[in-house]
Structures are given as C-alpha cells and as structure tokens.
Ligand binder design. Structure first.
Ligand SMILES: O=C(O)CCC(=O)C(=O)O
Ligand SMILES: [Fe+2]
Length: 338
C-alpha cells in the first residue's frame, strides 16, 4: 500500500536538497510542520483528535518540534505579557540579580560570561500557580505588582494547557495513556522570560548558542523579531520566520526523548539575530518533572531495545552543568543510557 501523504513524508525528502543549498551558502529555510491545536477544532474522542494526535507525534518524532496554532491566549494577554517582559528587563540589574535559584538555569541569566552578551533570561518557577508567581513578584517588586502577577499566571496556565494537550496526544498515540496522570502530577512549569537586545556594531549576533533543551517539553512564544533556528536530523537549519500571536513552538526536550526510548527527537536549536532593529522578546514554558521518570515498558520492543534507565529529571539538569555533561553530545545518553 502506498504511504499516506502526511506533512512529514512530504517535507522530509526535500531536506537534503535544502541542506546542500545551505552548505553552498544560500539562505534556504524550509518550514517547520504546523498543527492546528485551537480548542474549537476538536474534542477528545472525535476523529480529528486522533488524526491530530498522530500528526503531533510524527512531527515530534521527525523534527522534535512543530508550530502549534493555538488561539486560547488572547491578543490582549499576548500584548500584556510582552509589556510585562519589557517592564521586567527595564529594572536595574541589582534588582534582576535578586532572582537566584538552587535549580540550574532557573534564576536571572544575564551580565554573565556564560551567556551571550545580548541575552538576558528570568525564570519564574511554578509560573502556572499563584503562589509561585507571587513569590517571584514579591522578590522583584516588594511593594507589589498585581498586574505582572496576574498576567504571568494567566499566560502560563493557558500555555501549560497546550503542553498538556500535546503530552496527552503523544501518550495516547503510543497507547501508554495509563501513565499520563502520574507524569502530569509530577510536572512543574518554569516560565523563562527572555530578552535579546540589538547587537552593537562589531558585536556578535549570537543570541543563544546551539543546544537541546533538558525539559520534557518546551513551549516557545515570541514577539515579531525573528531569530530562532532549529536543526533537522540531517543537519538542515529551519528558521521560524512567521510568528503570530497565536503561534507557539512546541519543542521536545531531552527528558521526552529518554522517556520515549528515543522515538521522540530532541532538536538542536539556536537563536541568531541578524540585522534586528528592535529587541527580541521570547517566552519559554519549560516542563520539568519532580522525582523519577520511568520509561514505559510498552515502548520497548525488538525494533526499539531499551536505551535508557529510569532517571531523575532534575538530576539530568544538574548533570548538564558538570564538565562531563557540558561535553556530552546528548545529555540524556550520557546521563542515563543503559
Ligand atoms: O528565545 C528563543 O526563542 C529560544 C530560547 C531557547 O532555546 C531556550 O531558552 O532554551
Ligand atoms: Fe532551547
């Protein structure tokens, strides 16, 4: 029987051609897969849910990411969260530096030789909870900032619902939905608010160096200034160049790769700011799981022999900070392969 024409088997054969052209110095940017996840399009149990789940799984297996069209975040909230980001980064450095955390990469990242000079990041832990966001707000604005707090919680809750929908779809698509609730229960959400200022003359335009995420899933959202690039399995760079207020990049992290016994791909990505005229702001909602992540036995078979041991997710993140972890090509493989 002929292979069905899905977006992955249509796009994938074109990638080596794009890679060749890129190697010759030509700017060719194939597109990321796009999946419409706006709620009114389907309900659980309807056929479009199953078809969409398959698309989501295929995109994560082949590209490790896709553009989700999701209209739950209103334009008003979209504008409010980016204004909140601006307000936050306009604060004096000594206030921003108050945000420290024992969890690696959770506090203020900026003004630091470890990150590019044009980059700043601020982590809000447990951002989908009033308590988490209130703790952050109290630290930064002891006099209070109700508007910031409300905006961050509302945004993070809606985007965590998108993350949960994707996770449920993948679990169902693999027939392992019985593990969904326990994985959901241990999920925590870090919102990282990021700013990339315009590079000065002769300053490097690197915003974020090549890396894979250590999260289970990351959901990225940005203002109209481009720069995010994702590398395909065969080494072709795909730029995300048409952001809208309702487009979100859903990206699999190393923990999702390990959980799936290597079925899901965790893509290398970077941010490069070429000739930008205004600052780029982006938001990343990162899922990290408390405790141990188990690899479902159903995902182990002759074709997919067991590749990973159960692992502590925050252990993986801490390992990434070590000298050995920094050198590893794939953090999950180095940390918990069998
Ligand atoms: O700013 C972006 O779009 C991506 C940032 C990123 O990759 C990260 O924080 O892990
Ligand atoms: Fe990333």
């Amino acid at each position: 029987m002929a292979e069905p024409l899905t977006f992955t088997n249509v796009i994938t054969p074109l990638l080596p051609i794009a890679k060749d052209l890129q190697a010759k110095g030509l700017e060719v940017f194939p597109k990321l897969p796009v999946v419409n996840l706006s709620k009114e399009n389907f309900k659980p149990g309807a056929s479009s849910w199953l078809g969409t789940s398959r698309k989501v799984r295929e995109a994560l297996e082949e590209f490790g990411c896709f553009v989700a069209l999701y209209d739950e975040v209103s334009l008003e909230l979209h504008n409010a969260i980016f204004s909140a980001a601006e307000e936050l980064f306009n604060l004096p450095i000594e206030i921003k530096e108050k945000n420290v955390s024992e969890k690696p990469y959770y506090g203020y990242l900026g003004n630091n030789p470890l990150v590019p000079a044009i980059y700043e990041g601020m982590g809000v832990d447990y951002a989908n909870t009033i308590e988490g966001t209130q703790n952050f707000t109290n630290l930064i604005w002891p006099e209070g900032n109700e508007n910031f707090c409300k905006t961050v919680v509302s945004y993070s809750r809606l985007v965590s619902e998108l993350e949960q929908m994707v996770k449920r779809m993948v679990f169902e698509s693999y027939g392992v939905d019985k593990y969904y609730d326990s994985v959901l229960e241990s999920s925590t959400y870090l919102l990282r608010i990021m700013k990339y200022r315009c590079p000065e003359t002769n300053e490097k335009n690197l915003g974020c160096d090549v890396h894979t995420d250590k999260s289970f899933i990351t959901v990225l959202h940005q203002n109209e200034v481009n720069g995010l690039e994702i590398r395909t399995k065969d080494g072709c760079w795909i730029g995300f160049d048409d952001p809208t207020p309702s487009s979100f990049i859903v990206l699999a992290g190393d923990a999702f790769l390990a959980w799936s016994n290597s079925r899901i791909h965790s893509p290398v990505h970077r941010v490069i700011l070429n000739g930008i005229k205004q600052a780029r702001y982006s938001l990343g909602l990162f899922t990290f799981n408390d405790g141990i992540i188990q690899i479902p036995e159903e995902l182990v078979d002759d074709e997919h022999p067991l590749k990973f041991k159960s692992f502590e997710h925050f252990g993986l993140l801490r390992y990434y900070l070590t000298e050995e972890g920094q050198k590893a090509e794939c953090t999950a493989k180095a940390y918990c392969s069998v």
